[in-house]
Design a protein around this ligand. Structure first.
Ligand code: HEM
Ligand SMILES: *[C@@H]1O[C@H](CO)[C@@H](O)[C@H](O)[C@H]1NC(C)=O
Ligand SMILES: CC(=O)N[C@H]1CO[C@H](CO)[C@@H](O)[C@@H]1O
Length: 326
């Protein structure tokens, strides 16, 4: 009898705990009815759409922003805080863009319902909208994230462009993401650019630290084009822009990235390594290049990334402006 009562009380306690945690979880349409008669997600979409029509590269800016946001202490708005000493000021930030778009969306929302929509949710919603505008599938994201009152440059430990599959896998593993998620998320390199500085020494002119050596994993025709036309070996080309994917679909969210890897035309080593001989990820690249699965698997991976270590409920805050704590 006593046992049964104890079991019953335990069940009640677990239910109450369960409810308490459910309350503090992300939800579909969290902002419905919370911004007067306004549709928060439609407002975000409107701003992204207007920007996209004059600056299609915004899809690349936002995808990278979501990675640098969620990959460091979770999707908590920490990347957006102005320095000194914040995540934004760490070296890998140098080329992250899209901050101004997040600020524009925030301004629009604050006019209608101040203090309601978090900056971290804006980042995730805006990226979702941009992916769709750039030819990706539409997808639903849950909302209700809160913004962290902390942002430290010292926490930024993102992998470098020459990472091996093992190193990259370990990084994504710490975020709770598997190898397939990683291969899908690196598919974001189907849009956007890098700079010659990221490939000159490592791939074109001193592979493996050997002066004059070219990376044998790079298609010889591409190596020729890069060396002679795009990134000639002189300092002035360091900031020359190179598309991460092929020139013809460089701003389209599609599976072409994986087709490039099959031809040894991945730009960054970290990308081409996914298709290395004997790499555990090689079959995934083939599968994504040879099927239409990327269109629906990519959104799923983005959603997983968007839910890494989020704050909800009464945690954190809703910032008034995205680049400063309240
Ligand atoms: C091992 C993981 C990764 C590494 C080492 C890596 C590295 C890089 C590097 C070196 C650049 C070029 C930066 C520059 O020269 O300006 C870049 C650009 C980019 N990355 Fe990644 N990345 C990784 C994962 C991701 C993920 C998970 C996403 C998104 C889901 C992403 C999205 C992008 C985008 C869209 C760009 C182009 C940005 C633009 O054109 O503005 N990356 N990445
Ligand atoms: C990808 O698509 C093929 C058929 O198009 C299917 O057989 C396969 O199971 C899919 N892979 C994954 C990981 O969903
Ligand atoms: C926008 C921004 O804060 N950029 C900073 C990125 O980090 C470097 C130092 O690594 C700063 O000099 C930039 O100002």
């Amino acid at each position: 009898m006593a046992h049964r009562r104890a079991a019953f009380l335990l069940a009640v306690a677990l239910t109450v705990l369960g409810l308490a945690t459910t309350q503090a979880q992300l939800q579909n349409g969290f902002y419905k009815g919370k911004c007067g008669a306004n549709d928060v997600e439609a407002i975000v979409q409107g701003v992204v759409k207007a920007r996209f029509s004059r600056e299609p590269a915004v899809v690349a800016h936002l995808l990278r922003l979501q990675f640098h946001e969620c990959g460091v202490n979770g999707c908590d708005g920490g990347l957006l805080i102005d320095g000194p000493g914040t995540e934004k000021t760490a070296p890998p930030n140098l080329s992250v863009k899209g901050y101004d778009l997040i600020a524009d969306v925030k301004t629009e929302l604050e006019k209608r319902c101040p203090g309601v929509v978090s900056c971290s949710d804006i980042e995730i919603l805006a990226t979702r909208d941009a992916v769709r505008l750039a030819g990706g599938n539409a997808y639903t994201v849950r909302t209700g994230r809160r913004d962290r009152r902390q942002s430290k440059a010292g926490d930024v430990n993102l992998p470098g462009p020459e990472s091996t599959v093992a190193q990259a896998t370990a990084f994504f593993g710490k975020l709770g993401l598997g190898q397939m998620d990683m291969v899908l998320l690196l598919g974001a390199h189907t849009v956007g650019v890098t700079h010659c500085s990221a490939i000159k020494s490592s791939r074109l002119y001193s592979y493996g630290g050997k002066a004059g050596a070219t990376d044998p994993n790079l298609d010889p025709y591409y190596a020729f084009v890069y060396k002679n036309y795009v990134c000639p070996n002189k300092p002035s080309t360091d900031n020359t822009v190179v598309f991460l994917d092929d020139q013809w679909s460089a701003l389209k969210v599609d599976k072409s990235f994986y087709k490039m890897l099959q031809k040894r035309r991945g730009v960054l080593s970290v990308d081409q390594n996914l298709y290395g001989h004997g790499a555990p990820t090689r079959w995934m690249v083939d599968m994504l290049a040879n099927t239409e699965n990327f269109s629906w698997l990519f959104p799923q991976a983005l959603v997983k990334l968007s839910e890494v270590n989020v704050l909800t409920g009464a945690q954190g805050e809703i910032r008034r402006v995205c680049n400063k704590f309240n």
